[in-house]
Design a protein around this ligand. Structure first.
Ligand code: G6P
Length: 614
């Protein structure tokens, strides 16, 4: 998804901007560009990687190399194909204003027609270009205006979402930034400021940041900044301290971010539960929702909205909350929820799950639920993200920055959060103290069990070798492990481009069984729980059709080894906890198959880490 960086201060801007753009590469992009300001304005942009752009900037003039003000952008195409012209920054016709934009201008077509009829010439197919011409038109129409007021007036004409940076050689001492629906952060240095769409490019320079809120515009100069509302009312902003280091964002010795993040899971499990799972007190302590716990317990219904992997975590949450707390739960794709006039009201709790906290559909679902009076609660990973800020209460997953586009550690962290929530909702109601304590024990043993599963990495790589050329794959599980089957299939298709489907195992006979032949790998989650014997029958059915069975089973299981071609043995645990363990071998299997196929696992084609457009 698009990324923004900006710099104003005393250092050479170009290398800082390029480094910042590299830090944003994990979000996914197809083209990159920078604008530099040193009395005059220069824009360089092209399709392809930031490294390609870096090579192009080697030929910068002395004057532009010395520029200490600039903005940069990585684009992920929404309007207009990925090419040099559609890349940002966009400029006005005379070339003295440059704009970068994240988000979508929904009324761009009408604005574009209007500007064309007034003689403006567009060079790109993007919605973003209207912004720069609009600012130009407004500024030129009234000599009393400056860049700030022209930008503010222009934004009043715009419907849709934006995070923007604007610079101009007519006022070469400032960057104007504004946000509505697309995140922007200002990093505060000494005599210098950094602007970015998330903290990753900023953290190596400063840990002091100001998050812009929707409807705010800031004028950033090298000696200070002012934040105002779009109505021009000055705002006092709180300076937040970032709590993650750059080291955490980098690969830490692993070949890929995804592998590093899979291996971080035992540590993440500790971090998620730290201070929350209180085994000695026999309870769960969730600070972020403590004041609302009674209202949550009284909810008539809980609705969970999310997208992608977070949606799979939500499905496990449904099983957990219904099993433990006996509160009815409904799980919805955020994109469906927002458009189907959902029946929710004051007696309902709507939980939004999002790693990034910025997913456009999940944010829209949150706003819909809020409008309808529901109690809205967030489960997010990124601290200070929009969803985290707009929900009434919530909990952070504390999984640390997740760089790999395919989510892994954030998923396990989300499921643990839901597990803890389910227990907190059950205490004093549906579960006895003994049952709570038993579950707390299971939770606290998780990191050690996850570590043992990670030791199976080379066995899983061997299995991957044998299946790397598969054209399709089927993932089957039941109960708590049905959503894990969906997640296993999603991981494989996201990063290896092999077509994969997840199904509840019993549904196999209603369709997928027709696909089974000698070339079809079928991955069963066959851990010992209440549906174990049924799963064994499903494995028999696949075998008799010559399907190739890979099974995840519990250590010591002889039955499964008799039936399956390959068995990955994981430690025994209680049914509700198993998804947190069974998902790990599936992440590793997808990772190894994808790398053996030569795929770019950290940045799979067409996917984005943070989907801030609908
Ligand atoms: C994108 C990512 C997925 C992620 C989904 C939801 O599709 O590629 O990995 O699960 O968005 O993102 P969120 O940040 O809301 O969890």
């Amino acid at each position: 998804m698009c990324g923004i960086v900006g710099y104003i201060g005393w250092r050479e801007a170009a290398p800082l901007l390029l480094k910042g753009l590299k830090r944003l590469e994990y979000r996914g992009y197809d083209s990159a560009g920078v604008a530099l300001l040193n009395e005059s304005l220069l824009v360089m942009k092209q399709k392809g990687s930031v490294s390609g752009l870096e090579v192009a900037t080697e030929g910068l003039s002395k004057e532009m190399k010395a520029a200490t003000i600039g903005i940069g952008h990585t684009r992920w195409a929404t309007h207009g194909e990925p090419n040099d012209i559609n890349a940002h920054p966009h400029q006005n016709t005379v070339g003295d204003i440059a704009v970068i934009h994240n988000g979508i201008i929904e009324n761009y077509s009408a604005l574009k027609q209007e500007l064309i009829s007034q003689g403006y010439i567009f060079s790109s197919d993007t919605d973003s270009e209207v912004l720069v011409h609009l600012i130009d038109r407004i500024w030129n129409s009234d000599s009393s205006l400056d860049l700030e007021s022209a930008t503010r007036n222009a934004l009043r004409h715009v419907d849709g979402a934006y995070g923007i940076c604007v610079i101009s050689s007519r006022e070469p001492d400032k960057i104007i930034v504004a946000r509505k629906g697309s995140p922007l952060v200002i990093g505060i240095g000494t005599g210098e400021y950094f602007i970015a769409s998330d903290a990753a490019p900023i953290v190596e320079h400063t840990n002091k940041v100001v998050y812009l809120s929707d409807g705010e515009l800031a004028v950033v100069k090298k000696d200070g900044y002012v934040v105002k509302t779009i109505e021009n009312v000055e705002q006092q902003k709180i300076i937040t301290e970032l709590d993650f280091s750059l080291e955490k964002i980098e690969k830490g010795g692993f070949e890929h971010f995804m592998l590093k993040e899979i291996f971080e899971q035992p540590a993440v499990m500790h971090d998620v539960m730290r201070g929350r799972v209180r085994l000695d007190e026999g309870r769960i302590c969730l600070g972020g929702i403590e004041d609302y716990l009674d209202r949550l317990k009284q909810a008539k219904r809980i609705v969970i909205c999310a997208c992608g992997t977070s949606w799979h975590a939500a499905l496990i949450g449904e099983y957990l909350i219904e099993e433990f707390a006996r509160i009815p739960v409904e799980v919805d794709y955020a994109s469906e929820f927002r458009y189907r006039n959902p029946i929710v009201g004051v007696d309902d709790v709507v939980i939004l799950i999002s790693q990034s906290g910025e997913t456009a559909d999940t944010l829209a679902a949150l706003r819909t639920a809020k409008e309808k009076g529901a109690l809205v609660m967030g489960i997010c990973n990124v601290v200070g993200s929009t969803i985290a800020r707009e929900t009434l209460c919530g909990m952070y997953t504390h999984a640390g920055p997740e760089v790999g586009v395919a989510s892994t550690k954030a998923f396990t962290a989300q499921v643990i959060m839901l597990y803890m929530l389910a227990l907190a909702l059950s205490r004093g109601r549906t579960l006895s103290q003994d049952e709570i304590t038993l579950n707390l024990r299971e939770l606290s043993r998780l990191p050690e069990k996850a570590t043992r599963i990670l030791e199976l990495d080379s066995q899983i790589k061997d299995i991957a070798e044998r299946f790397k050329d598969a054209k399709n794959a089927l993932y089957l599980g039941r109960g708590f492990n049905f959503p894990v089957a969906l997640e296993g299939a999603l991981k494989l298709k996201e990063i290896s481009y092999i077509h994969a489907e997840g199904y509840p195992a019993a549904e196999m006979k209603h369709g997928p069984i027709a696909l089974i032949d000698k070339d079809m790998p079928v991955i069963f989650i066959a851990t010992r729980d209440s549906t174990y014997s049924k799963i064994l029958s499903n494995i028999e059915e696949v075998r008799s059709r010559k399907g190739r069975v890979i099974a995840i089973a519990n250590e010591g299981d002889q039955e499964v080894s008799r039936l399956a071609e390959h068995v990955i043995y994981i430690p025994q645990s209680s049914g509700p906890i198993t998804p947190l363990l069974t998902v790990i071998p599936l992440q590793l299997l997808a990772y190894h198959i994808a790398t053996l196929r030569g795929c770019n696992v950290d940045r799979p084609r067409n996917l984005a880490k943070s989907v801030t457009v609908e």
